[in-house]
Design a protein around this ligand. Sequence first.
Ligand code: PAF
Length: 290
Amino acid sequence: MRVARTRSDMQGVREAATDAGQTLALVPTMGYLHEGHLRLVDLARKQADETVLSIYVNPTQFGAGEDLESYPRDLERDLGLAESRGVDVAFVPSDREMYPQPQSVWVDPGDELGGRLCGASRPAHFRGVLTVVAKLFGIVQPDVAVFGRKDYQQAVLIRRMVGELALPVRIELAPIVREPDGLAMSSRNAYLTEAQRSSALGLARALRAVREAFAGGERTAQRLAELARDVMEVAGVRVDYAEVVHPDDLSPVSEAEPASICAVAGYVGTTRLIDNAPVAGPSSLENVGA
Ligand code: PAF
């Protein structure tokens, strides 16, 4: 596995791939890799000749008082995991490389999609995400990029950005990967104490309860969302939001349909966690206990 640290290293990789007639897949991450990230790598490897994994904790997507400083980092471990999973190139840029001067031009997610759900409590978050993802696309010039469905709103926004800005990259989404008890994998799970870890299961339990209620005939989105809130609160989660939304544009729905997405977010201690699932159809929630 090669490690590229600068824009020009990475551009050299792209040029060599183009000269050899090879396609590139990009898996953007903030590191502290877990099995969820590695499944993105698995999917990426099926989509292109070479796989690039970027590891960069992007400061512009963290708000004041959020966990930028404490965000878990372990580059040596990440590089070992990436290599053992078949990554061809790790792109590990510095802040200077990604933000050589103060950023003055941003990708604005807009209020309609970017101001809802996570965007309501993290106002500058998606602007930072879209801007860094656009930069990564510009530097790596991937043919395809792979993101996880756990960050569902992020995935919808990235697809929207690629479509509206006519960026020449295909976006693939990979399913949520869960721990055996159902907790969605996240680098931030590393913050949880044992007691908090069991409260955190409240998010997956809430989604499971919503799916059971839908299967039992409940269609009113507001009642499904209230159920999700109740389950999270009982588990000890401080609810940020629980909503049933349209899968394409995240608009609130009044009557849930099978493809509607239940999206939840909440705090366990100071750790903010998110999760989501369609209200019916395949999901990875089968192992979640009531
Ligand atoms: O999902 C993430 O890890 C980040 O938001 C991303 C897409 C790597 C941008 O920093």
